[in-house]
Design a protein around this ligand. Structure first.
Ligand code: NAI
Length: 270
């Protein structure tokens, strides 16, 4: 159902790789709500993914950008405002990657070059994106910037590896940059802490399938889906949440406030 919540709003959506991506669902929902946007992803992901199909469906253009590369980001923001015909109202950062996770390196045996790469891609890229938007004065007043995070930033989830540290850093950037963006440009910055979701990035985590059902059993409302996350993001891009900023907002079916659930106790007594 569409409420026209984003009619007339313009933005950039990072991180749609395939139809499972949270950013993909978000682009579809933003489009349904009347928003216009530019899609972007790393040049290598363009070759692997199906982003062209999404661009067609949502009447949007694609501008490749490696989110760790300042020149790419400067080009992206300048071109996006040109294509969309003005400053931006929303930006979604939906990017995550750990080389240690990908190559099966344990948290206690990290390759620090890989740690640095994953940190740059997953966390510092958010700072780089916001700094570029801020310097180009590319956001409209009362605009909204959202990045996606996971609960392992706050509590221990051993298999999440160095992504836990990257997410903690990402959440801190949201608060720190959010202060300046709010004070100087009246732009809000938040992170959504999403349930485990079956996507390319999610499935890279060891034991993901068992883990996703554990989280589901632990949450009174069950795991939030990618579509749920897209809907939450739409609300944060809309004018209905104008003074929500510097927050880490849980979209997790209640998981983050649980100790144990009946469903899990039953599992153990089987
Ligand atoms: P996904 O694999 O579909 O999306 C990750 C995206 O990051 C891909 O499109 C990839 O191309 C992009 N990316 C990687 N390196 C990049 C670079 N250098 N420059 C630009 N883009 C780059 O997976 P998903 O799950 O949709 O991930 C989106 C966000 O949601 C990530 O921040 C992830 O950590 C977060 N998240 C995912 C959860 C899950 O269980 N899937 C749970 C909580 C948060």
């Amino acid at each position: 159902m569409s409420y026209n919540l984003l009619k007339g709003k313009r933005g950039i959506i990072f991180g749609a790789l395939d139809a499972n991506s949270i950013a993909w669902k978000t682009a579809e929902r933003v489009f349904e709500e009347g928003g216009t946007f530019v899609l972007t992803n790393a040049p290598i992901a363009m070759r692997m993914g199906q982003i062209d199909e999404l661009a067609k469906k949502t009447n949007s253009e694609i501008i490749p950008a490696d989110a760790t590369n300042i020149e790419d980001l400067e080009n992206l923001v300048a071109k996006a405002t040109e294509i969309l015909g003005g400053k931006l109202d929303f930006v979604l950062h939906s990017i995550g990657m750990s080389v240690n996770v990908r190559k099966g390196k344990h948290y206690t045996d990290q390759n620090y070059d890989w740690t640095a790469k994953g940190w740059d891609v997953s966390a510092v890229s958010f700072h780089k994106t916001m700094q570029t938007l801020y310097k180009q004065d590319a956001m409209n007043e009362w605009g909204s910037i959202v990045a996606l995070t996971y609960m392992a930033s706050q509590r221990v989830f051993p298999n999440y590896n160095d992504m836990a540290d990257n997410k903690a850093y990402l959440e801190s950037i949201a608060r720190s940059f959010g202060y300046f963006f709010g004070r100087d440009k009246k732009v809000r910055v938040n992170t959504i802490s999403q349930s485990p979701t079956a996507t390319t990035a999610g499935q890279g985590v060891k034991g993901f399938d068992d883990f996703i059902s554990y989280a589901d059993k632990m949450s009174p409302l069950g795991n939030a889906t990618a579509l749920d996350c897209a809907n939450y993001t739409v609300s944060l891009f809309s004018d209905l949440t104008k003074r929500v900023t510097l927050q880490n907002l849980y979209n997790d079916g209640g998981f983050s406030n649980m100790g144990v659930s009946d469903a899990l106790i039953e599992k153990f007594s089987e």
